[in-house]
Ligand binder design. Sequence first.
Ligand code: ADP
Ligand code: MG
Length: 408
Amino acid sequence: MKLIIQKFGGTSVADHERRNLVVNKIRNAFKNDCFPVVVVSAIGRNGDPYATDTLINFAKSVGVEPNARELDLLMSCGEIISCVILSNTLKKNGYESKVFTGGQAGIITDNNYGNAEIIRVEPDNILSCIEKNIIPIIAGFQGITEDGNITTLGRGGSDVTAAIIGEAIDAEVVEIYTDVEGVMTADPKIVQDAKVLEAVYYDEVFQMAEYGAKVIHPKAVEIAMRSNIPLLIKSTLKESNGTLITNYDKYRKYGQGKIDKIVTSIAQIGNRTQFKVIFDGSARQYEKDTILFNIIAAEKISIDMINIFPDMKVFIVDGAKEAKLKNILESQGYNFEVISNCTKVTIIGNRMRGIPGVMAKMVEALNENNIEILQTSDSHTTISCLIKSDKTNIAINALHRKFELDKN
Ligand code: ADP
Ligand code: MG
């Protein structure tokens, strides 16, 4: 029997009906001669009683900023509850299973609460559970430090749990079940006729995730890529093939379709703020200008889309950091301008490399819709434009049509 990982996201375990669909997926695994190791997220979305955001808001409702260690302890409960409920559902259906916290599953992390880094995995508990033919059900999104403190892996971290356990037990495939049919050409919540991609290469989907496509965590893609385990993104609700994420060789082995488009997908990250720090040429300013990025780094504010000109430095930050950075720059006497509520829209495609005219087409699509481009950045396989957030939907739909992503 082949070992596989089956990870179920928050909406996939939201109610009894959906948990029964999860049981079907587990049943199918056995039918296909596979032994599933299950990873689950917390039940539901913000507002649902045990969802991660509900727990965070509960802690914050006291009126003080919760301690990071304790907040992780609280958040980790969401996944544990989800595991126990699913385990009982499996029992009702005649399957024996055993629940593990991230720590019990052997996920050892550093103590960077809220966004812990995995140091190593000790999968002995999981392996001996499998040996006894008992289905392990692992709480996603969490680990434990060397000295026994519970940590969380950052939002979307259950995908990371699935990939890292998959690597540790040498799984045949990591199946990620979610509320969409697979990786799509754009976020289906924005583009109605977004198409499911039959297959995508690791590096391409990694870019998508890095540039904001929420469907999979970039770290999960990174882990799967380094251990060469295929990821399969599928719908819990529908029976369909989903999207296979793999390398070039495996793609040929598994995939039937062809990847021929120059641009394969569009992603976006909202709530960005643009800062323009202006250099007035004076000797006093010169000194400040040279240490600007050091000051920002010392405050642990990460910046992106950095463009440097002789008289100006332009970059973007997460909107949540806007007020803090404004205060710092003001107190240090910098001359700067700020544009809030921006979105970074990115077109992604491995075949873009060296093909002229892609940027021209992107600019054309945005111009045709009177969307002002505030800034751009690019790599070999991506082009990003910063625009005002209220134009996001128009921009992404226009780009989707321009690059014919709505056509097969
Ligand atoms: P889960 O709780 O199952 O992990 P997420 O909400 O994290 O689910 O991820 C699924 C969501 O990702 C979808 O509902 C969809 O709106 C969003 N999404 C964003 N970009 C894409 C894309 N390119 N393809 C598919 N889904 C996407
Ligand atoms: Mg997710």
